[in-house]
Design a binder for this molecule. Structure first.
Ligand code: IMJ
Length: 256
């Protein structure tokens, strides 16, 4: 085995269940020899994530709700206290009110708009600030995005706007953290059946469209997303920062 992440420690945020992209990424990181630090959102998630953490032989499990400054502070203190360097961080977190993913975008409330921005975009900035001091040998921060940031996708609405802000945040963070040899990128994944995609109207139609028109003529496999995350976290990705890497069977390049 190649062990691309041997001697590296990775923090993974956003693992909720086996369908989470964060889960596939954590598994691939472990396969490549990384030590894992996982976070979970709160008491409601604790039991599920605890079991997955055991299965993944994670070295630490920390409670962290990214909307709570106190939790981010706590995470930062634990990482500092470990006295260990951190090499990779995966941010796989997004949320919008369900109603805002179903009604016209122009009906988005101020509150719903700000919630989507806070959870799905600002959290990356807050996390980057918390982890940068322990990434003492440089490293890679990555987040997950979706094409709805660039194109109008039915019902994606307020999440599309949040992902656009997230992708812009990737560029500003990459610009500022580059001098510390910290790279910041996003993986824009094709549609995958995760808990976040469950209940989305016409999701199977969206998958059919990808299968028909994407150059690779198949849907995105979570393991393909995970292997790209390994690349970004590894020495192989050392020249890549500020990028949006499409892992989507090539769907993004196609016009009519
Ligand atoms: C989400 C909404 C509409 C269309 C969508 C999606 N398509 C895909 C997604 C085509 C692939 C999934 N996605 C990329 C997301 O970023 C999902 C974010 C999300 C999902 C939910 C569902 C449950 C809820 N809030 C959510 N917030 C964010 O209550």
């Amino acid at each position: 085995m190649s062990q691309l992440l041997k001697d590296k420690t990775a923090l993974v945020l956003g693992l909720a269940n086996r369908w989470s992209l964060a889960y596939s990424i954590a598994r691939a990181f472990r396969r490549e020899g990384a030590q894992l630090i996982l976070t979970y959102q709160g008491e409601r998630q604790k039991d599920t994530v605890e079991e997955l953490a055991r299965e993944l032989t994670a070295s630490r499990l920390i409670s962290c709700d990214v909307t709570q400054e106190h939790d981010i502070q706590h995470l930062s203190e634990i990482l500092r206290g470990e006295g260990d360097k951190l090499d990779a961080v995966v941010h796989s977190i997004a949320f919008a009110n369900k109603e805002d993913l179903a009604r016209p975008f122009y009906e988005t409330s101020r509150e719903g708009f700000l919630l989507a921005q806070e959870v799905s975009c600002y959290s990356l900035v807050a996390v980057a600030r918390a982890v940068a001091p322990v990434m003492t040998e440089g490293g890679a921060i990555m987040t997950l995005s979706y094409l709805g940031s660039q194109r109008v996708m039915t019902n994606y609405n307020v999440m599309g706007v949040a992902k656009a802000a997230l992708e812009a945040s990737v560029r500003y963070l990459a610009s500022e953290l580059g001098s510390q040899n910290i790279r910041v990128n996003a993986i824009s994944a094709g549609p995958v059946k995760t808990a976040s995609a469950r209940g989305i109207k016409d999701f199977s139609k969206i998958l059919d469209r990808v299968t028909e028109t994407a150059p690779l003529r198949r849907p995105t496999d979570p393991e393909e997303v995970a292997d790209s995350a390994v690349f970004l976290a590894s020495h192989l990705g050392r020249g890549v920062t500020g990028n949006i890497l499409y892992v989507d069977s090539g769907y993004q390049i196609m016009g009519f």
